[in-house]
Design a binder for this molecule. Structure first.
Ligand code: ATP
Ligand code: MG
Length: 423
């Protein structure tokens, strides 16, 4: 026997038994996104490496150590499997002139790639659903996105998710705060861990994001960005909070919420759960008003979020949210070569009438075929034996529900009507 080949660590298969939950999620999301007027955009999985270095930021975890970057051996191009969707979405919008004197409300779904240590809720290939809104500078869009997610949790039947909120202000405000923060952190250089030392001058806000218990007091007492916000940034943040209050959405102001990507300004937020251990953030986003210009477009305000679908799947499972079964309407059974041909034709006729039908292939005893029919979850079985074939009839058996076990023998041309009345 040939040696088997394994999948790549951290890159999972979604098997048929798990896919109903994914399809339930996708179905709910499609209706939800339509309800808010968001349009679908589909970008390639591979982009120029440069896009992410410039878009996500040179001194982020993603660019420093998580990217699947490679050189195309056929033409030497420097390429990267996308670690997130925003940069590619902005690239596509600029390239196709979608931001020229117009607003856009967009969404996408698909795999992202980050070379992280695989664990529960953390994979190397994972899926995100991302939403990006372009051309809106006002706080109503920040609030719309946050409230949309609260609505989604409700539509999905999820509970217990909480909202963390912060404002990062504008670039000047961050620069003033940063200078003070670096001065402050320099006093702790001896206690900072490797990551902390490395980030002190490149990304000092991230130093405050430390999970190290010994550094909590240092982080808590550090200069707060909040105290550096100007009037406009404060007013914008107040506008977001007012709309959240109107919608009855509770939030926790978290001055240490900074997000791992460089492009954010003003509003940042995370929807988190305590039910998934350390990987508790299921959706995260914020405003990124400078990114479009940074990637070569005309200045264009923007706000967006991404949610991790695997983490949502774990949460749906943990909260035992029932997902609709995907059982066929009819399972078609037969015995004998001539009857099998008639059954094959009957299955086609049922499908042409809008029914979901499994045709039993491969023969076998009636007993084993009925077992398969039951396993399929079909509501009805259509049975064509030699007797039925000779009489020009089919036998219809109810497999589930209150009428379970009931049987009807009807003329061939009454099959569809009878099934409709039993369904
Ligand atoms: P974390 O702090 O958990 O590493 P992040 O800040 O890197 O998250 P984002 O880049 O904001 O995450 O991505 C948005 C969402 O995508 C996250 O909140 C999470 O739900 C999901 N996500 C991010 N990285 C992974 C991963 N490696 N595996 C599974 N889901 C992920
Ligand atoms: Mg991360």
């Amino acid at each position: 026997m040939a040696q088997t080949i394994q999948g790549i660590r951290g890159m999972n298969d979604v098997l048929p038994q798990e896919s109903p939950r994914w399809q339930y999620f996708e179905q709910v999301c499609r209706d939800w996104l339509a309800a808010y007027g968001y349009q679908n955009i589909r970008m390639p999985i591979v982009e120029s490496t440069h896009l992410f270095v410039r878009g996500v930021g040179e001194h982020t975890d993603i660019v420093e150590k998580e990217m699947y970057a490679f050189e195309d051996s056929l033409n030497g191009e420097k390429l990267t499997l996308r670690p997130e969707g925003t940069a590619g979405c902005v690239r596509a919008c600029i390239e196709h002139g979608l931001l020229y004197n117009q607003t856009q409300r967009l969404w996408y779904i698909g795999p992202m790639f980050r070379h992280e240590r695989p664990q529960k809720g953390r994979l190397r290939q994972f899926n995100q659903l991302g939403v990006e809104a372009f051309g809106f500078a006002t706080p109503d869009l920040d609030a719309e996105l946050i409230i949309m997610l609260a609505d989604l949790w409700q539509r999905l039947g999820l509970t217990g998710l909480t909202l963390e909120l912060n404002s990062l202000g504008n670039a000047d405000e961050r620069a003033a705060h940063r200078a003070e923060l670096i001065k402050y952190l320099e006093g702790f250089v001896n206690v900072l861990d490797e990551d902390g030392k490395r980030r002190l001058y490149t990304n000092p806000l991230r130093v405050l994001d430390t999970k190290n218990p010994a550094l909590q007091e240092m982080a808590n007492l550090a200069p707060k960005l909040e105290d550096y916000l100007g009037e406009e940034s404060k007013a914008h943040f107040a506008g977001v909070k007012a709309l959240l209050d109107d919608a009855g959405i509770a939030y926790r102001l978290n001055p240490r919420l900074v997000r791992g990507l460089d492009y954010y300004n003003r509003t940042v937020f995370e929807w988190v759960t305590t039910e998934l251990g350390a990987q508790g953030t299921v959706a995260a986003g914020g405003r990124y008003d400078a990114l479009v210009e940074q990637l070569g477009g005309k200045p264009c305000p923007a706000v967006g979020f991404a949610m991790g679908i695997e983490r949502l799947m774990l949460l749906l499972e943990a909260q035992q949210v029932a997902t609709p079964a995907q059982s066929p309407d009819v399972y078609v059974i037969s015995q004998g070569e001539a009857a099998a041909r008639a059954a094959f034709t009957a299955a086609r006729q049922l499908r042409a009438n809008g029914l979901n039908v499994i045709y039993h292939a491969g023969g076998g005893s009636f007993k084993s075929q009925f077992k398969k029919a039951d396993q399929s979850g079909a509501a009805l079985a259509v049975i064509v034996g030699e007797g039925e074939l000779a009489a020009g009839t089919v036998n219809i058996k109810v497999l589930t529900g209150a009428q379970q076990g009931e049987q009807h023998t009807v003329a061939q041309d009454q099959m569809v009507n009878t099934i409709r009345s039993l369904k």
